[in-house]
Design a protein around this ligand. Structure first.
Ligand SMILES: [Mn+2]
Length: 427
């Protein structure tokens, strides 16, 4: 669905004066605290979050899936949906594809279509956690870590094919989330499984174009319930260090055991210059794939505190990061959910940008835990939403994207165009 931009202008006209009042108040408060508001707005405008192609339909669990209607039926329609989100918030200027779910039939045409929506291709994702009908060997007992070389070679060849598709589209990174692991004690030799994986990673790494990166994503459990080869950030970092400078860790917020201090992991990765990117989501119990910020917005803020600190510190040399959402759930309209997720990420980023870093450093040097808490919470408890709305207004997006989406009955229009029982490819 191609959006008529004049509708956004009408929406903004009705909200402009209320927005101005909120923005003026916040701007003068922040200026009083010594912040450069124009610089903050610029940083917020530049911050783009890639939308995963698999999040445009409702997700599912092993118990069932309930389609919401009007889901994209093709890669072209997925690009349209991300283009729509980007038009609404000017913050979703990239898409992350999953191969084989999104193999472009005509890469040139797909690239042109993406450009017409002002979209880039972020990291491409390989998939060796499922069997595809045409493949020779099964991944039931693993892929890159499998005991049988034939299976490993097949999984390596798949990753090389994913890189090729990515090159055709102008992507610059491959994300590998390796599901390999075991379900029962004694099923596999941990060291040998690691070494087989390292050997497979090496072969993929060697095939990367010069300006590419590979992101090694970790996950503690599921689909396997006893051990996972790349279970944690330490294992991811170990692989990355053995592979070379193009290999970087990827932090998926949902891939941690309960109460893990994720912000400290972020700091460690940054310290070593080994943080490649993020998969944002939220969770209550495990890898729940919920809307970003729905459960733990304070943790998200603390993570952004480390990111901003690391990205601005002269002591840290880390390459530019890839920001991606990775969520898939059952009950919300996926486009509404993605608008909420992007907003939550940018709120946390904006709050981290207004932390009084000098005062925080002083409190840390003086072991003043009370003052350090006050400084962080001063930023966290500031309503920064008028800053985000101002950036959207300045760049022609909607002051309130979600309200606009509902006013315009966009989902109903998509259902009318595409049908009530459409199923997008993916999970
Ligand atoms: Mn992920």
């Amino acid at each position: 669905m191609i959006l008529d931009k004049s509708l956004i202008d009408q929406h903004n006209e009705t909200l402009a004066s209320a927005q101005q009042k909120k923005f003026d108040f916040l701007q003068s408060s922040l200026q009083d605290e010594g912040h450069d508001v124009a610089a903050i707005l610029e940083q917020l405008a530049a911050f783009q979050i890639a939308i995963p192609s698999w999040a445009l339909g409702t997700g599912g669990t092993r118990f069932g899936r309930f389609a919401g209607g009007g889901e994209p039926r093709s890669l072209e329609e997925k690009l349209e949906d991300v283009g729509l989100l980007h038009a609404l918030n000017q913050s979703s200027g990239a898409i992350s594809l999953h191969i084989p779910w999104d193999i472009p039939q005509n890469a040139v045409a797909i690239k042109q279509l993406a450009a017409s929506f002002d979209l880039q291709f972020d990291a491409v994702n390989s998939n060796t956690f499922q069997d595809q009908s045409e493949q020779d060997y099964s991944y039931k007992f693993g892929s890159l870590a499998h005991t049988d070389k034939h299976v490993r070679d097949q999984a390596i060849a798949h990753n090389l094919e994913v890189i090729k598709h990515g090159v055709d589209l102008g992507s610059k990174a491959l994300t590998i989330w390796l599901s390999d692991g075991t379900d029962f004690p004694g099923q596999q030799n941990f060291r040998r499984a690691f070494n087989r994986t390292l050997d497979s990673f090496h072969q993929i790494y060697e095939a990367l174009p010069a300006d590419w990166k590979v992101f090694i994503e970790y996950k503690p459990y599921e689909p396997h319930f006893y051990s996972t080869v790349v279970a944690d950030w330490g294992t991811s970092l170990l692989f990355c260090q053995k592979l070379g400078e193009k290999a970087l860790g990827l932090v998926d917020l949902g891939h941690h055991l309960p109460n893990t201090n994720i912000e400290q992991i972020v700091s460690r990765f940054l310290m070593e210059g080994k943080l490649g990117g993020f998969h944002f989501n939220d969770s209550k119990y495990g890898d729940d794939d919920l809307t970003v910020g729905a459960m733990r917005p304070f943790q998200l803020f603390l993570i952004f505190n480390e990111l901003v600190e690391g990205m601005t510190s002269s002591e840290v040399k880390n390459p530019a990061l890839s920001w991606m959402i990775d969520a898939s759930h059952n009950v919300k309209d996926p486009l509404e959910d993605l608008l909420q997720s992007v907003e939550a990420i940018k709120i946390a980023y904006a709050q981290a940008l207004i932390i009084d870093r000098k005062a925080l450093e002083k409190a840390q040097e003086q072991n003043d835990a009370t003052q350090a808490q006050e400084i962080l919470q001063q930023a966290y408890r500031t309503d920064v939403r008028p800053l985000l709305a101002q950036v959207r207004l300045d760049y022609g997006a909607a002051i309130q994207p979600l309200a606009f989406y509902r006013e315009q009955k966009i989902r109903q229009k998509l259902i009318k165009q595409r049908g009530a029982k459409t199923y997008t490819t993916g999970l």
